[in-house]
Design a binder for this molecule. Structure first.
Ligand code: UFG
Length: 287
């Protein structure tokens, strides 16, 4: 809607604060806009931190979502998109993983995501609402907007491969540790489905359009490219495209890692008419 796009209103607050959420919806109504679609990104997302501090994960992720659902139900919101993740699948499925694969998260972060998906399912099935819901299960989003004006630059030492690699490339950290070179893959390093953040963003827009224009439904969608790259593939591509060196050493496997995690993304392609367009080179350059 052009009218809405001309003005973006920003409210900063905490999802655990019900009163704040209520205010956001009310203010919007008072300004003449009904909020009829919500994209819920307000989650904590570090696997490691969730093992150390599980309670803040349950509180922020699950309680926060409950708060949001209560308000949006009251205000008759039509579409809800949840940033879920491939962690809901656990480690036992064979890649490429379809949405109907077993779910069995192995850490508190993944458990909060799966719990939220379950809450959303029972909410969707209740008579209280006719809302449409999509759980977008992200694989490994990396890269940045190609204006280079916004990107990922976490405080402290990153846990994830790509931000770590960027800090090594820029000289802030001496070397990258590759967690294991004895996996049963082509080069012995783990394989992941890396997806450009802008393709991920497009997936949200397509999902929102789909939910707003179709009958009430609940859909789980894998958001990945369907292609797997090893840690070494990623490092080499990054070095070539950016003309930099990324010193690395091999170290022990990291607890909880899986050998290969790649999406079957046929459902998102078919239902949303969404096709990831950016290559691994684009991800490495833009990042
Ligand atoms: N890796 C290294 N060195 C590092 C960091 C990572 O070798 O310093 C390796 C890991 O062993 C793994 C790969 O790089 O093989 C990717 O690791 P990430 O930590 O970047 O990502 P994960 O696949 O472990 O996890 C990501 C997100 C989670 C999400 C999950 C979905 O971080 O939030 O994908 O399965 F839930």
């Amino acid at each position: 809607n052009k009218e809405v796009m001309e003005e973006i209103i920003f409210h900063q607050g905490d999802i655990r604060d019900e009163k704040f959420l209520k205010k956001v919806f009310l203010k919007s109504l008072n300004n003449g806009y009904q909020i009829d679609g919500v994209i819920h990104f307000a989650g904590l997302k570090s696997v490691e931190e969730s093992i150390k501090k599980p309670l803040i994960y349950w509180e922020n992720n699950v309680l926060g979502t409950l708060n949001l659902l209560k308000i949006l139900n009251l205000k008759k919101c039509k579409a809800f998109i949840f940033s879920s993740s491939a962690t809901v699948y656990g480690t036992k499925n064979k890649s490429p993983i379809s949405e109907d694969s077993n779910t069995k998260p192995i850490n508190p972060y993944g458990e909060t995501n799966l719990t939220i998906e379950k809450i959303l399912e029972s909410f969707y099935k209740s008579e209280e609402t006719s809302i449409s819901i999509s759980n977008l299960r992200y694989f490994n989003p990396i890269g940045a907007h190609n204006s280079f004006r916004i990107g990922e630059n976490p405080r402290g030492i990153p846990n994830n491969l790509f931000p770590y690699l960027c800090k090594v490339a820029s000289g802030q950290i001496n070397e990258l540790k590759i967690f294991g070179n004895d996996w049963s893959t082509r080069d012995g390093t783990c394989i992941r489905d890396y997806i450009h953040v802008m393709d991920l963003a497009d997936g949200h827009i397509k999902a929102l359009d789909h939910l707003m224009t179709n009958d009430s439904q609940l859909i789980n969608l894998n958001i990945g490219t369907g292609q797997g790259y090893s840690v070494l593939d990623l490092i080499k591509t990054f070095e070539n495209i950016n003309n930099v060196k990324v010193p690395f050493i091999f170290s022990d496997r990291r607890k909880g890692d899986v050998c290969k995690l790649v999406a079957n993304n046929q459902r998102a392609k078919k239902i949303l008419n969404w096709y990831p367009k950016r290559s691994i080179e684009d991800m490495c350059r833009d990042g």
